[in-house]
Design a protein around this ligand. Structure first.
Ligand SMILES: Cc1cc2nc3c(=O)[nH]c(=O)nc-3n(C[C@H](O)[C@H](O)[C@H](O)COP(=O)(O)OP(=O)(O)OC[C@H]3O[C@@H](n4cnc5c(N)ncnc54)[C@H](O)[C@@H]3O)c2cc1C
Length: 395
């Protein structure tokens, strides 16, 4: 069956959910699989490995467009933002099945899973309804501007200023380690609108257009040769007041909501790729590595169960809360364990100057696995969150 998504621009609260979003998930999955089979030639082009980031971004946008036009990337999002209804479980199925046919991941559109739920929860309705469809269809991408040179783990000490002036918020300061900023259109920036002493109570979240006058994005070259990260400078950059996400001085709650998705539900999307890599490793494994690979498989099963639970909580409208820190710990530990084993199995294939495109990707992924205990809050911060907020130790 091909789903019908003809009609006007869908950002209207009056458009009803697509019937498939109300059908059993098994039906949704089988319809999606049937579409994948019918479009296997086009999808094959989108599952090629792209070690070069410029090409990867173009491919990610292109696939996002294909999925949008066919309707599949619109499931899991409400109709008032251009979605077709359904929940995070629908998105989870689409990503899982794409991974099964060799897709390498959403690249810049991983932020759909991190940022978009927070926009829906806290953003100005008109602003979000206008911008969201372009995010979904691959035309525009969003980035997350929280960290600063002197404010990472201690995020509440950040200093980028936001001053309310004549219907705008005027931003001055610097962000760093902003993923995908080189290709981003809008930065969700956490800025200080209150005093330094107010710490997390004096922060506001604002969507800043990266093409605004006064914005300077300076990509940072990483050890794996890529430019995924960047510094972003703001010099009296003006953003309209309706681009404030949540309340003025209420940005901390917005940031925590977003981070819970980055630590929690994102794991569902990332673990699918790990499954593919594990399967690939199993084919090449020797008896010497089988035990280590087996241990990684067990870890992956635990991560899958935990991430799946977070996805179900999100789909039911529940709060992910601090337990997302547990999912992040499982995810990053598994990722490091997995790529350690893969390095032993594949050996020189994964080394510097590796051969074909997939080998080069494996090499990049191995190096990236070394830093995963840092993004979204370091491992130590996740452990502290679990100790203080889940286990209530030291309170
Ligand atoms: C690949 C990658 C992508 C990223 N993407 C983004 C992004 O898109 N947007 C964004 O805003 N940021 C991003 N970051 C930045 C990331 O959020 C920060 O690097 C992280 O929060 C740690 O901050 P920091 O680098 O300042 O290190 P620091 O906070 O200086 O920490 C250094 C070390 O000290 C430890 N430490 C610090 N305080 C304590 C404490 N109280 N108790 C115990 N140990 C402590 C930390 O665990 C860490 O090991 C990214 C980082 C990476 C690696």
């Amino acid at each position: 069956m091909s789903i019908s998504i003809q009609g006007p621009e869908p950002a209207s609260p009056h458009i009803e959910s697509h019937p498939l979003s109300l059908a059993p998930l098994t039906t949704f999955r089988s319809e999606f699989l049937a579409w994948c089979r019918a479009n296997s030639a086009e999808l094959a082009a989108h599952t090629l490995p792209h070690p070069d980031y410029e090409t990867r971004v173009i491919a990610a946008r292109s696939l996002q467009r294909v999925l949008f036009d066919a309707g599949w990337s619109r499931f899991g999002w409400p109709t008032w933002v251009g979605g077709l209804g359904g929940s995070a479980l629908h998105r989870g199925i689409v990503f899982e099945e794409l991974s099964q046919i060799g897709w390498h991941g959403p690249a810049i559109f991983e932020h759909l899973e991190i940022i978009a739920p927070t926009l829906l929860e806290f953003g100005d309705t008109d602003f979000v309804a206008e911008r969201f469809p372009r995010f979904l269809d691959g035309t525009q991408s969003w980035v997350q501007g929280f960290s600063e040179p002197d404010a990472g783990s201690d995020l509440a000490s950040l200093r980028t200023r936001g001053v309310i002036d004549d219907g705008c918020i005027v931003i001055t300061g610097q962000k760093i380690w902003t993923s995908w900023a080189k290709w981003g259109h809008t930065c969700l920036a956490l800025v200080r609108t209150g005093s330094t002493e107010e710490r997390h109570r004096g922060l506001t979240m604002v969507a800043v257009d990266l093409e605004s006058p006064g914005v300077d994005v300076r990509p940072i070259q990483q050890a794996n040769g890529t430019y995924e990260l960047a510094e972003v400078f703001f010099d009296e950059v003006r953003a309209p007041i309706d681009q404030i996400i949540g309340e003025i001085n209420g940005g901390w709650a917005v940031a925590m909501h977003l981070l819970a998705h980055e630590r929690g539900t994102l794991a569902w999307f990332r673990h699918n790729h790990f499954r593919q890599r594990l399967a690939q490793g199993a084919e090449a494994s020797t008896p010497v590595e089988d035990a280590a690979l087996g241990a990684a498989i067990v870890q992956l099963a635990g991560l899958r169960a935990t991430a799946g639970r977070q996805l179900a909580v999100d789909a039911a409208g529940g709060s992910l809360g601090p337990t997302a820190a547990f999912t992040k710990l499982l995810m990053t530990r598994l990722e490091q364990q997995l790529y350690d084993v893969l390095l032993r199995i594949h050996g020189a294939r994964m080394g510097f100057g590796a051969g074909n495109a997939d080998d080069q990707l494996l090499h990049q992924e191995y190096l990236f696995s070394r830093v995963v205990t840092i993004y979204g809050g370091s491992e130590q911060m996740q452990l502290m969150t679990l100790a203080n907020r889940v286990l209530k130790l030291g309170t």
